[in-house]
Design a protein around this ligand. Structure first.
Ligand SMILES: *Cc1c(COP(=O)(O)O)cnc(C)c1O
Length: 361
């Protein structure tokens, strides 16, 4: 089989070493004679997997004891509902920073539960798209929390600043940002992420929440979305997606082996720098995002001549460079280069882009 580099935004590439290990132990996990998929989530063996995954995640992100880690279902969109139901308390409003597609989806869902304020932060400066810095976010003093999305997976926009609002609860959708760099967890109150972007398979959602925020859910919150219920049952109130949990755990171990997030961050910087440099140095490809807000995970770019899009995708795919088509609302191309994308994959893409430009430019 030829090497394939999968640039899909999610579900996305998983480290080859992890898939290889999962394959090796698929039918006979730890000499049990069973697959890890087939054993009870209440068994001693699985509980060990679950605890180890949590500990490895805690080590990677240096999560303090004042935070609880929950493994849930329902994806990031499930959290769009869970967050207002758990955090609004008596407040009737929350601030939703609008930086792109996903943060706006969270706002729309929150409208079912309160009267949220949407704060639009996108602007144009010298023909470059950028996001207002945090100190200019016009947040209200009545809001129960501030919700924002540090990496807009579809738009290719990132916020690298860490939040510093006084006396505000900060909620952040880390779906395509988590584990891409080291952050200071204490600057946040609730971080959530679906696993299928930068962790593992779809089906599991990770929540990192300040313990003191647990226990204030609204009466109508479904038990499976109530942080208190999930927490009291160690994320096993209902049957968790055990295989996704196990596989995420393997990814955490793989990340530790790569040198942890300090090393991963350097590599992510390098990969995205190379790709943006290629785009900027050409008159054939374009990205109009200000360098301070360019996503390192989802590199969105356009061919100056969009008539060539189809042939670009077709030729790239033939060479094993797959799923580069941008999201339909943005168009053009999107190269998602999460942790599992090796530097070699990015270099292959750049080489192909040069060839294509020479051939058709
Ligand atoms: C993919 C994505 C979502 C939606 O995730 P689901 O797990 O499909 O609900 C939400 N937010 C961001 C930033 C995403 O990238």
């Amino acid at each position: 089989m030829n090497v394939v580099y999968n640039f899909s935004a999610g579900p996305a590439m998983i480290p080859r070493d992890v898939l290889y290990q999962a394959k090796k132990e698929l039918q006979n996990w730890k000499k049990s004679g069973s697959s890890v998929m087939e054993i009870s989530h209440r068994s001693e063996e699985f509980i060990r997997v679950a605890l180890e995954a949590e500990q490895d995640l805690r080590d990677l992100l240096k999560i303090p004891d004042s935070f609880k880690v929950l493994f849930c279902q329902g994806g990031a969109r499930g959290q769009f509902s869970a967050i207002p139901m758990n955090l609004l308390g008596n407040s009737k409003t929350a601030d939703y920073i609008n930086s792109g597609y996903w943060s706006n989806c969270a706002f729309i869902e929150a409208k079912k539960y309160c009267s949220p304020q949407s704060i639009y932060i996108r602007e144009n400066h010298n023909k470059k798209e950028c996001l207002l810095p945090m100190r200019q976010w016009n947040v209200s003093n009545k809001s129960a929390y501030i919700h924002y999305c540090p990496n807009e997976t579809i738009d290719g926009l990132s916020i690298y600043e860490e939040p510093f609002f006084e006396n505000k609860i900060i909620v952040a959708d880390f779906s395509s940002f988590i584990l891409s760099r080291l952050i200071n967890i204490k600057n946040y109150d609730l971080i959530y992420a679906g696993a299928q972007k930068n962790i593992g398979p779809a089906g599991i959602t990770i929540i990192i929440i300040r313990k003191k925020l647990i226990g204030y859910s609204s009466k109508i919150a479904p038990s499976i979305l109530d942080y208190k219920t999930i927490s009291e049952h160690n994320s096993m109130f209902n049957t968790p997606p055990t295989f996704a949990w196990y596989l995420s755990g393997l990814v955490f171990k793989w990340l530790k082996k790569q040198g942890g997030l300090e090393e991963i961050e350097k590599l992510n910087q390098k990969k995205s720098d190379l790709l943006y440099k290629k785009i900027d140095n050409s008159e054939f490809y374009i990205n109009k995002i200000d360098s301070k807000n360019r996503s390192q995970m989802n590199v969105v770019f356009h061919l100056i001549n969009p008539k060539l899009n189809t042939i670009f995708l077709k030729e790239a795919s033939k060479l094993g460079l797959k799923y580069l088509r941008g999201h339909s609302i943005v168009g053009g191309m999107r190269a998602s280069i999460y942790n599992a994308m090796p530097l070699k994959g990015v270099k292959s893409l750049i080489k192909f882009m040069s060839y294509f430009e020479n051939r058709y430019g």
